[in-house]
Write a protein that binds this ligand. Structure first.
Ligand SMILES: Cc1[nH+]cc(COP(=O)(O)O)c(/C=N/[C@@H](CC(=O)O)C(=O)O)c1O
Length: 401
């Protein structure tokens, strides 16, 4: 008797499944605005020049393939925490950050969720509405209960700040509040510095624990320091907090699966104990992380010339997306005679634009115009170039009305 016979077909992933459908489409007009992955003006994947230089260096040096420690490459863990907080940050100086290399952002979030499940039984994670499509899967599989805080306001196509604050205030004391450090996915709407202060106030007052997902540091504004502003604001208040990091976008290391989980504790001793428990959770999950991406990051950050070249390439990538955003706005404004205000497209930050297109309208974009996007109305501007903005504007205007 077949034991696997009863297993049903899983649905395609809402984000990664879009790329599969795109690949199957033979129409040459097709455009992949689904997955959040950078493409050049020629719509080709991009390996940063600085990554190729680092890899050549590593090849010349000759690297062995020994296991990394469970917590990952020590040089990477040092570099990644310093990139996030700044090398002279008191949390770094006082050794209050437990940093463990994770399997990119997803794996780092998943390891943190396992820590929450084990040490904070019954604690809830509050996630923004809407949020990145995989957050709910991660907490569901880690058996960590979650609920949503209001975030996107379709009426203003902006942040429902009052709703966000109210929901965080109403959450049971000691909840984990999942926050996008910068370039909110999928809305592209970030709190202002003043709003971040108020968010920190309400979190502190309720003894909640801030949990940042930082997947776009340096990619949103082009500046690593500017994009870490929200995290550093909370750390400066002396709060304990968790931060998951990813180098998929800002260093283009998508498939290398390189990221980290950082837990800021109130003492160095607590950080040591937290790190030991993260290792205990990682060992049976994947034992130890892959070395290649960690060495690329460590080599780039430790060499001033390479580090500066990386910063320049980040600014170039962020700049290209800003240009495309402007051109799309101009095309929509010129083509849409309805008088609709499309300026929200210019106000949004980072890789995505939240168009406000409904599920059926998004499906029309694909079925009639061969534009591939996620069903929540999100488009990845990284998959768009100046030449295609007019066509995309035609598709959006047609689908919208
Ligand atoms: C907010 C956020 N957090 C974490 C990740 C995880 O990325 P990783 O490669 O595991 O470090 C992504 C990826 N987002 C894009 C790709 C994906 O869905 O995996 C996306 O939203 O298209 C995020 O957008």
């Amino acid at each position: 008797v077949s034991r696997f016979e009863g297993i049903t077909m899983a649905p395609p992933d809402p984000i990664l499944g879009v790329s599969e459908a795109f690949k199957a489409d033979t129409d040459e007009r097709k455009l992949n605005l689904g997955v959040g992955a950078y493409r050049t003006e020629e719509l080709q994947p991009y390996v940063l020049k600085v990554v190729k230089k680092a890899e050549n260096l590593m090849l010349e040096r000759g690297e062995n393939k020994e296991y990394l420690p469970i917590e990952g490459l020590v040089a990477f863990n040092k570099a990644t925490a310093e990139l996030l907080f700044g090398a002279d940050n008191p949390v770094i100086k006082q050794q209050r950050v437990a940093t463990v290399q994770g399997l990119s952002g997803t794996g780092s979030l998943r390891l943190a969720a396992a820590l929450i499940e084990r040490y904070f039984p019954g604690a809830k994670v509050l996630i923004s509405s809407p949020t990145w499509g995989n957050h709910k899967n991660i907490f569901n599989d880690a058996r960590v209960p979650w609920s949503e805080y209001r975030y996107y306001d379709p009426k203003t196509v902006g942040l429902d700040f009052e709703g966000m604050i109210a929901d965080i205030k109403d959450a049971p004391e000691g909840s984990f509040i999942l926050l996008h450090g910068c370039a909110h996915n999928p809305t592209g709407i970030d709190p202002t510095p003043e709003q971040w202060e108020k968010i920190a106030d309400v979190i502190q007052k309720k003894n909640h624990i801030p949990f940042f997902d930082v997947a776009y540091q340096g990619f949103a504004s082009g500046s690593l320091d500017a994009d870490a502003g929200s995290v550093r604001l909370f750390a400066a208040r002396g709060m304990e907090l968790l931060v998951a990091q990813s180098y998929s976008k800002n260093l283009g290391l998508y498939a290398e699966r390189i990221g980290a989980i950082n837990v800021v504790c109130s003492t160095a001793d607590a950080a040591t104990r937290v790190k030991s428990q993260l290792k205990r959770l990682a060992r049976p999950m994947y034992s130890n992380p892959p070395v290649h991406g960690a060495k690329i990051v460590a080599n780039i950050v430790s060499d001033p010339a390479l580090f500066n070249e990386w910063k320049a390439e980040m600014e170039m990538m962020a700049g290209r997306i800003k240009n495309v955003r402007q051109k799309l706005y101009d095309s929509l404004s010129a083509k849409d005679k309805s008088g609709k205000d499309w300026s929200f497209i210019l106000k949004q930050i980072g890789m995505f634009s939240f168009t406000g297109l409904s599920k059926t309208q998004s499906e029309n974009m694909t079925n009639k115009w061969h534009v591939y996007m996620t069903k929540d109305g999100r488009i990845s501007l990284a998959g768009l170039n100046l030449a295609k903005c007019e066509d995309l504007a035609d598709a959006i205007v047609d689908s919208y009305h």
